[in-house]
Design a protein around this ligand. Structure first.
Ligand code: BTN
Length: 338
């Protein structure tokens, strides 16, 4: 099925309505046969839509969903952003991080969003659950000159931009898990996957992929062992996805401009205020090596700092953190949303 098909978008808009539609009425509205409608409904269910059979042959979405809409996203942008950012919204792509690399537009910054991903990628080769309506799948790309500040601390800066976005929507109890994750009460709600194309010694392109959980299905939530949460579970309401995408872009632009000029040190204190593992006993994994100690924040290059048993302070440029008490959770992590 061609998901760029506007019919699919129209079908979702009809299923979103307060009054449920019969398959015959849907077919009539869209000018297609009832059997095609049934095929579409089946496919939409397979990509994650919770379609409720209200009564015989009558359908409605259990939870109305908003589709990405370029007009609604850019509506809230200041003029400087409209001039600088080329935005593309898709219904379904394999991965927005891949799709953005194909975008050929004249503006310095590209943003690509999709309502669904068929092959969403997380960090360390994990997958990212990307069902329709359950999250924001977002990529931001721009060319970076090799004389800009170092890349150290970039993913931390992006995490901070996401925190600032969510604060605008009155979401509190947020923290940052070094280096990539945004947590709410210790549960992961967003992750960042940064990729680089071109030659780092010359000018290169940065692709910053962001996955933010909006409303995980009960099945996905269970599959993530309840170690993840989403904005619907946190706030009890569906936050306007287009407004969120708009604000993410505003905050990213602001944070990345500062990062490119001044490096991570500009954000160190701010980041440390949201550090999920401050003063906690953690095990830091670097390859097959493990280091135990108390998390004491990050330094000016964004390296994670651990105070070890011997009162030494060790800094780590890369690795993964495990809270001491959650050893058994660590075992298998097929998806990265947690
Ligand atoms: C993580 O493992 O925490 C990073 C998850 C990043 C997921 C996002 S969704 C949009 C973009 N496209 C992808 O395939 N991955 C990133």
């Amino acid at each position: 099925m061609d998901f760029s098909n506007t019919l699919i978008r129209q079908l979702i808009q009809l299923l979103n309505q307060k009054t449920p539609y019969t398959d015959t009425a849907l077919a009539h509205q869209l000018g297609i046969t009832q059997s095609v409608i049934l095929q579409y409904l089946h496919i939409l269910q397979n990509v994650g839509l919770d379609i409720h059979l209200v009564s015989d042959h009558t359908y409605q979405l259990k939870q109305p969903i908003r589709l990405c809409d370029t007009q609604l996203i850019t509506k809230y942008w200041p003029d400087y952003l409209k001039n600088k950012v080329a935005l593309k919204a898709h219904f379904s792509v394999s991965s927005t991080n891949d799709e953005i690399k194909k975008m050929n537009m004249m503006k310095p910054i590209k943003v690509c969003v999709s309502d669904h991903q068929t092959a969403g990628r997380g960090c360390q080769g994990r997958s990212w659950i990307s069902s329709l309506g359950s999250g924001i799948y977002y990529s931001y790309a721009y060319q970076r000159k090799n004389n800009s500040a170092t890349l150290a601390g970039l993913s931390l800066t992006v995490g901070l931009a996401l925190i600032k976005t969510l604060l605008q929507f009155n979401i509190s109890d947020l923290s940052l898990k070094w280096p990539n994750d945004v947590l709410w009460q210790s549960k992961k709600i967003a992750g960042v996957l940064i990729e680089l194309t071109g030659d780092i010694k010359q000018d290169y392109h940065l692709v910053i992929g962001i996955g933010l959980n909006l409303c995980l299905s009960p099945k996905s939530h269970q599959a993530l062992n309840s170690l993840a949460s989403d904005l619907y579970r946190i706030t009890g309401k569906m936050i306007d996805k287009n407004k969120l995408i708009s604000e993410i872009t505003i905050q990213l632009y602001d944070h990345l401009s500062k990062f490119d000029r001044m490096g991570f040190s500009y954000f160190t204190d701010d980041w440390n205020q949201y550090d999920a593992y401050r003063d906690q006993l953690v095990v830091f994994h670097v390859g097959s090596k493990k280091y135990q100690g108390i998390g004491i924040g990050v330094n000016n290059t964004g390296h994670f700092l651990l105070s070890t048993d011997h009162q030494n302070r060790v800094s780590f440029p890369s690795g993964e953190i495990q809270v001491k008490s959650s050893a058994e959770r660590w075992c298998s992590r097929p998806e990265s949303n947690r």
